[in-house]
Each structure stands twice: as C-alpha cells, then as structure tokens.
Write a protein that binds this ligand. Structure first.
Ligand SMILES: Cc1cc2nc3c(=O)[nH]c(=O)nc-3n(C[C@H](O)[C@H](O)[C@H](O)COP(=O)(O)O)c2cc1C
Ligand code: SF4
Ligand code: SF4
Length: 247
C-alpha cells in the first residue's frame, strides 16, 4: 500500500510510478489529512513525500502517527527533494520505532525544486530533464521494494545532521507561515487554490483567497494558480511556477 503527500505533484508522480512498478494501490494523504483510521495490507507500506527542511514534512509525520497499520508491518520511505534529504533517514527510523513498524529504509529522488517562496525553480525544459532522471531512480527503488530488499543507507555528514536536526527545529516556527502570501488583481476567482490546499487553509472571501494561518508551505496554492496571481512576499516575483499535480 503506497501513500503519498504532495504539494505540487512530484511525490504524486513518484508514488504512481512506484505503484505501477510494484503492482500495489496508491492512496493520497492529501485527501485523508483529517482522518484517523486503520490500514491493512499484506504488502509493505510505502510512504512517498517531499522533503521539507531535510526531513519528511511534519504534517506527514503527524499523519502517520495518527493512523494504525496492520498486516505487513514493513515501511519504506521515498522522499522527493530538490537536492538533498540530509539525515531524514534517521528520523523516519525513529518514527517507525514509535509506530512499531519495521523500517526498510529511506531513499531520495531528486526532482524539480518547487519552493518558489524561497528558491529558484526550474523552467519546463529543465524540469523535463530532471524528471526523466528521477524516473530512473524511482524504477531502481521500486525494484528493491518489489524484491523485499532494504533501501541502502547513505553516508551522513555533520552538515546533514545539523540541517535535519537543529535547522529543521527552528525552521518551522521562524519560516513556515502564510503571512507572506498575497493575491494580485489578476485573480480570476476560480477557487483552485482553496480547493487544493491540503490543510484547508484558504477561504474564498469576496471571491479572493484569504490564508487562515495553518500552512505547511507546500506551494500548491502559489504553484498551481492558473494565472500566477499569487506571490509570496517579493521572493516569488518573476520566477517560474512549478506544478504537475493531477486532480
Ligand atoms: C517547504 C519546503 C521545504 C523544502 N526543503 C527541501 C530540502 O530540505 N531539501 C531539498 O532537497 N528540497 C527541499 N524542498 C524541495 C521539495 O522537497 C521538492 O521540490 C519536492 O519534490 C516537492 O514535492 P511535491 O511536488 O510532491 O510537493 C523543499 C520544498 C518546500 C516547499
Ligand atoms: S487559484 Fe489563482 S485565480 Fe484561482 S482563486 Fe486562487 S488566486 Fe485566484
Ligand atoms: S496555504 Fe498554500 S502553501 Fe500553505 S498549505 Fe495551503 S496550499 Fe500549501
């Protein structure tokens, strides 16, 4: 059973490719964000998510904590990222220990950077090349999962430990806020940003989006706006938007 959380579609794409390769069902965490239930599978659980500040997103951590997993109690993690997952592996292992799941490894897949609120994002041509390469990595990890092998543990540097450790801890309270989002007159009031926010953090007021203060910086709203009417402070201005999520 494969679960994915995805802001802009990379992890959705990776999860679907894994599902096809190993012949297992693919379920969206986005659509199950507010539910708590028991999942039973005779195959391993595979969790696919973006990397947020060198770890799995906190909302994904919390979601996994809130569910019950029965049947095969093995867990694999695939984190899509723009460049590095740091020491995310050891935190995924800790989560498995808490949930009494058998940790089978965490593998990174480098995909297009989607963090338009902070960094440069690739244009369509660059993204296509990165995704082609990612598809090969996904096939490799899928083969290992299908064969029941552990995913390899990479070397972890001191920098990785600092990024996934203390930097991650201060990053959430200092940076992950929705105050910087604003909408221009170009907004066509389609409501897509509100419908797609996985945390239901956007309400349409007078036909314009209003952010409600519970944001995980997934970039679905700003990345997916069909007319690029959303900006984050001044940092997103002039940058290509990245969004490949399928409905
Ligand atoms: C809030 C946030 C934090 C991120 N942190 C990292 C990071 O620590 N390392 C990295 O390589 N990429 C980072 N990225 C890039 C994403 O992990 C990457 O683009 C991912 O594939 C997006 O997946 P999605 O399309 O499924 O949402 C970050 C993106 C966001 C939005
Ligand atoms: S997605 Fe863009 S155009 Fe549609 S309501 Fe939101 S801001 Fe407006
Ligand atoms: S408000 Fe935008 S960035 Fe924040 S969680 Fe919702 S869709 Fe993601």
């Amino acid at each position: 059973m494969i679960f994915y959380f995805s802001g802009t579609g990379n992890s959705q794409l990776a999860a679907k490719q894994i599902g096809k390769a190993i012949g297992d069902e693919v379920l969206s965490i986005n659509q199950r964000m507010k539910t708590k239930r028991t999942y039973t599978s005779k195959h391993p659980f595979v969790f696919v998510a973006p990397t947020y500040c060198w770890r799995m997103p906190r909302v994904v951590w919390q979601w996994i904590m809130d569910q019950q997993f029965e049947g095969c109690r093995e867990a694999y993690f695939i984190l899509t990222c723009g460049g590095s997952v740091g020491n995310a592996r050891s935190y995924a292992k800790k989560l498995c220990d808490k949930k009494k799941l058998r940790f089978r490894g965490l593998a990174p897949v480098i995909m297009p950077e989607n963090y338009v609120a902070m960094f440069s994002t690739p244009d369509k041509d660059e993204s296509k090349i990165i995704i082609e390469k990612a598809t090969r990595a996904i096939a490799r990890w899928s083969d290992m999962i299908r064969a029941g092998k552990d995913l390899p543990a990479p070397d972890v540097s001191i920098k990785d430990r600092i990024q996934s450790g203390p930097v991650n801890v201060v990053y959430y309270p200092l940076i992950v806020r929705d105050k910087g989002f604003h909408v221009s007159d170009g907004c066509i009031s389609c409501g897509k940003c509100a419908r797609r926010c996985p945390l239901e953090n956007i309400r349409m007021v007078d036909k314009k989006p209003v952010w409600l203060g519970n944001c995980t910086h997934c970039m679905a709203c700003i990345g997916g706006c069909p007319v690029e009417a959303i900006e984050y402070k001044k940092t997103s201005q002039g940058k290509p938007r990245y969004y490949i999520m399928e409905e």
